[in-house]
Design a protein around this ligand. Structure first.
Ligand code: DGL
Length: 271
């Protein structure tokens, strides 16, 4: 394995594509192997033990692809399994929670930060922990928004139904007078304009994917693993899912700056 090896990126499904998209933009010379656990999504309502079990299987699959680094492109998996797998494997691993927390802590002027995410991520309290480890005076208000994931999966990103639900979910955060809101679930950046419309211009939205891609570049540089291959080689990006390959391919093509030809199914239970 060396600098030409791919980076493994995984999520419970399609949401992690928002992170893959950011990596493609910021480190275009890198090859990616993406895995979306579409058969077992959502992770956001599952227990820590189950999430760790799923993540171990995905990591074993990515290891067969000889990845040089792994990006946990899922907030829920980052919150519950990152610390465990970091100790179990040799390749460097980066999640999305710490980068998101860091960006928000820097961005907030009034010290009042909101986090929207799955139930599991909010219950983990990890965003609050990371933000307050940077500055203990920052106040963090979490709100689980479980319906956002299926609404995005159904393509209702600009629908009045989604807007109505967003108004309900975000009401209490508006009342807290936050000035910064972390989109703490990888699906939520796809609702960015709708959430921004509900929160108003005074609230800045933080997409952890941006800082994650920057963090990944730093990590690869530090480990001397950055690819120097500027050529856009054939098969540079590979996509695997545990179910619904065609639905995934169509969705991916609607959000990536690149046309996916094939998505392969993996029997993840075998790993
Ligand atoms: N990708 C997950 C996350 O970022 C959301 C979807 C799920 O619940 O699996 O937390």
């Amino acid at each position: 394995m060396g600098n030409h090896a791919p980076i493994g990126v995984f999520d419970s499904g399609i949401g992690g594509l928002t992170v893959a998209r950011e990596i493609m933009r910021q480190i275009p010379e890198e090859r990616l192997v993406y895995f979306g656990d579409t058969a077992r999504v959502p992770y956001g309502s599952k227990s820590q033990n189950t999430i760790i079990h799923f993540v171990r299987q995905i990591v074993r699959f990515l290891e067969t692809k000889e990845v040089k680094a792994i990006v946990v492109a899922c907030n829920t998996a980052s919150a519950y399994a990152l610390e465990t797998i970091e100790k179990e494997i040799d390749v460097p691993v980066i999640g999305v929670v710490k980068p998101g927390a860091k960006t928000a802590a820097k961005a907030s002027k009034n010290g009042r930060i909101g986090v929207i995410a799955t139930d599991a991520t909010i219950n983990s309290g990890l965003y609050t922990k990371f933000i307050q480890s940077i500055n203990p005076n920052l106040q963090v208000f979490g709100k689980a928004c479980p319906l956002f994931v299926p609404l995005v999966e159904e393509g209702l990103t600009h629908d009045f139904v989604t807007e109505e639900i967003a108004k309900r979910y975000l009401k209490e955060l508006k009342e807290k007078e936050i000035d910064t809101l972390i989109l703490g679930c990888t699906h939520y950046p796809l609702l960015r304009s709708l959430i921004g419309g509900v929160m108003g211009d005074a609230v800045q939205l933080v997409n952890p994917a941006y800082e994650t891609a920057l963090g990944l570049r730093r990590l690869l540089t530090e480990k001397r693993l950055l690819s120097e291959d500027a050529a856009c080689a054939e098969g540079k990006y590979e996509f695997f899912v545990s179910d619904g390959a065609e639905k995934f391919r169509v969705f991916a093509n609607s959000i990536l700056p690149y046309e996916i030809q094939t998505t392969q199914i993996v029997d993840i239970e075998k790993y």
